[in-house]
Design a protein around this ligand. Structure first.
Ligand code: SF4
Length: 70
């Protein structure tokens, strides 16, 4: 298991995560991305996944380093 973390406040809405990893990410009406199925924990959103999959690429290329994998 791995945990995907989204520091949504940092997101600048570039759309990269949603385009490279649509299974887990989508763009929302406020212009930021949303980690599908995540829950808010303190100042970020997170969810557990069996397989990191394309989240790895999303985390690596997010221009503001708002996506983390633990
Ligand atoms: S790649 Fe980063 S900045 Fe771009 S939409 Fe996704 S979380 Fe936001």
């Amino acid at each position: 298991m791995a945990k995907i973390i989204h520091e949504r406040e940092k997101c600048v809405g570039c759309g990269f995560c949603a385009s490279i990893c649509p299974e887990h990410w989508e763009m929302s009406d406020d212009g930021k991305s949303t980690l599908k199925g995540s829950k808010k924990v303190n100042d970020h959103y997170e969810k557990e996944v069996e397989d990191v999959g394309c989240n790895e690429e999303a985390a690596k290329h997010c221009p503001v380093n708002a996506i983390h994998i633990e």
